[in-house]
Design a protein around this ligand. Structure first.
Ligand SMILES: [Zn+2]
Length: 379
C-alpha cells in the first residue's frame, strides 16, 4: 500500500476513535514508518510480528505510555499491506497500489455495494460479503457479538506440538554447539548421533512431557487478547479482489483492532491479559501465566518451517476454555498412544526438516515408547 493510503486509514481511525491530535499523529507516523525500514517484501510473513506489536501496544497503553499509538501504527501498516493483493509482477503491484490509493473509504452500504459490483465470481462475492457483515456487526454491536471472551486460541494438533518441540531442541542445540568451540569440534568429529544418543535422553526426560502437555492443554491466549488476535489474523477468503475491497477491508479490520487495543481497562468485564498491564513475576505472579507463554511459545510456529507463518498452528475454538481443557485432558492418553504407533515422520512434514531434526524426532518417539513399555511391565 502507498504511504498516502496508510496515512488515510490512520487518519480515519484516529477520527473514528476520537484520538487527540498528538495521539492521531503518532498513529499516522507509526503507520508510515515501516516502509522506511527497508525490510521488504513485507506483504506476507509478518503475521507474528503484527500480533506481537498489537500486544506491545496494548501493554504500553495500559501503562499510559503514548508510544502505544506509534506501536499500534506499525502493526496497522503490516496489516494493511497484508490486505493488499499481490499481483505477480512488481509493476502490476505498483499499479494496484495506485488504484487502492484512488479508492475512497466507504460507508457500510457503499462497502457492501462495492463487493457486489466487483468483477469476480459469485462465490468470491458471497465470501467477502459474509466477512463484511461480521465486521459491520462488530462495529455496531461490539467484539463480543462475534467473539466470546471465555474462548481462547489453541494449538490445533498434538503432533504439531511435538514438531515444534523438536524444532526448538534443534535450534537450542545448534546455538549451544556454535557457542562452545570445543563442543563444536567434538560434535563435528563424532557427528550428531553422539548428541542424540548420549545428551538428548536426559534433556528429553526433563522437558518433553511438560512442554507438550502445557502447550496442548492450555490456550495460547484467551479473553480479549484472543479476540483481538483473531481479528488481526483474518485472511482474505478469496484470491479475487478489487482495490476498493482491499482498502476497505484493511480499514475496517484495522479500525476494530485499534478500538480494542485502545479500549479502556475499566470496560473489560473480567480482568484478563487485556485489562492488567504486564508486570514482572515478583510483582504479580498469577498474571504472568497467559503472557509468559508468548515469547517462546508464540514464535515457535514461525521458526518451525517455511509454511508455518501463513498456516498458523493454532485456531480459535468456540467453547469456554475450561471445557476444551477438560476434553483435551481426557483424550490425551489416546492421542499419545496414536502418536507412538507412528512408524515414520510423514505426519510431521508440514515443513522441510534437517536430518538432525529427524534423528531427534525418532529418538523422542523411541524414548516415549520405552516409557510406556516400562509402565506396562511394572503393571
Ligand atoms: Zn509496506
Amino acid at each position: 500500500m502507498l504511504e498516502n493510503s496508510h496515512r488515510a486509514i490512520a487518519d480515519a481511525i484516529g477520527s473514528e476513535l476520537k484520538l487527540h491530535v498528538k495521539e492521531k499523529n503518532l498513529l499516522i507516523v507509526g503507520s508510515i514508518n515501516p516502509d522506511s525500514w527497508g525490510d521488504f517484501p513485507h506483504h506476507t510473513g509478518k503475521e507474528y510480528e503484527i500480533l506481537a506489536k498489537i500486544f506491545k501496544a496494548r501493554d504500553l497503553h495500559l501503562k499510559n505510555d503514548d508510544e502505544c499509538f506509534a506501536e499500534l501504527g506499525n502493526a496497522l501498516h503490516y496489516l494493511e499491506d497484508h490486505w493488499t493483493l499481490r499481483p505477480r509482477t512488481a509493476e502490476k503491484h505498483t499499479e494496484w497500489e495506485y488504484s487502492i490509493d484512488k479508492s475512497p473509504l466507504l460507508d457500510d452500504d457503499a462497502f457492501l455495494n462495492a463487493i457486489d459490483e466487483a468483477t469476480m465470481p459469485q462465490k468470491a462475492i458471497d465470501a467477502y460479503k459474509k466477512l463484511a457483515d461480521s465486521l459491520i456487526k462488530i462495529k455496531n454491536e461490539g467484539l463480543e457479538s462475534w467473539f466470546d471472551p471465555s474462548w481462547g486460541i489453541w494449538h490445533k494438533r498434538y503432533e504439531w506440538m511435538v514438531e515444534s518441540y523438536v524444532s526448538l531442541v534443534e535450534i537450542f542445540t545448534r546455538a549451544m554447539i556454535e557457542e562452545v568451540g570445543t563442543a563444536s569440534q567434538w560434535v563435528r568429529l563424532m557427528g550428531d548421533d553422539i548428541y542424540v544418543n548420549e545428551s538428548y535422553p536426559k534433556f528429553h526426560e526433563s522437558s518433553f512431557e511438560e512442554y507438550i502437555d502445557q502447550r496442548f492443554l492450555d490456550p495460547i491466549v484467551s479473553g480479549y487478547q484472543a479476540g483481538v488476535w483473531s481479528l488481526a489474523s483474518l485472511s482474505r477468503p478469496s484470491s479475487w479482489s478489487s482495490p476498493a475491497i482491499d482498502l476497505n477491508f484493511a480499514f475496517r479490520i484495522c479500525l476494530e483492532v485499534s478500538r480494542y487495543t485502545l479500549v479502556p481497562a475499566q470496560t473489560i468485564k473480567e480482568d484478563d491479559d487485556w485489562s492488567v498491564p504486564r508486570v514482572s513475576a515478583n510483582e504479580k505472579g498469577h498474571y504472568l501465566k497467559g503472557v509468559k507463554q508468548m515469547p517462546d511459545d508464540f514464535f515457535v510456529p514461525s521458526i518451525s518451517g517455511p509454511k508455518a507463518p501463513s498456516t498458523p498452528n493454532w485456531a480459535v475454538i468456540s467453547k469456554p476454555i475450561h471445557k476444551v481443557s477438560e476434553e483435551r485432558r481426557s483424550n490425551l492418553p489416546k492421542i499419545k498412544d496414536e502418536l507412538l504407533r507412528i512408524e515414520n515422520a510423514s505426519i510431521f512434514q508440514t515443513a522441510t526438516h534437517s536430518e538432525f531434526w529427524e534423528k531427534l524426532l525418532k529418538k523422542a518417539i523411541d524414548l516415549e515408547r520405552q516409557k510406556v513399555q516400562n509402565t506396562r511391565e511394572r503393571e
